[in-house]
Design a protein. Structure first.
Length: 95
């Protein structure tokens, strides 16, 4: 069921998690990182998260917060909606 903004006892983060396929997000994040020739370590340093968090995200086992999502979009030069699989617009240019 799509999120209608009226669900009780639910944070915005929980609502987003319900709409997003973590495995697809992780695959997209890993694919872009590799195509850009970036190491996991380099991305972690650039967005100020630890290696375990990025590894879990890339493996579809974790979910990142909005600040991390925005930082990833800035590093990868794409939209947050594209990372989340909510839009086909905003994909990284040149990949």
């Amino acid at each position: 069921m799509p999120y209608d903004g009226r669900m009780k006892n639910e944070t915005a983060g929980q609502a987003v998690k319900a709409l997003v396929d973590n495995a697809a997000v992780g695959a997209r994040v890993m694919d872009v990182r590799k195509r850009l020739g970036l190491s996991r370590y380099a991305v972690c340093k650039a967005i100020d998260i630890n290696n375990v968090a990025l590894r879990r995200l890339e493996n579809g086992k974790g979910f990142c917060g909005i600040p991390t999502l925005v930082s990833l979009a800035n590093v990868y030069k794409c939209s947050t909606d594209w990372i989340l699989g909510l839009s086909t617009d905003g994909a990284p240019k040149g990949l």
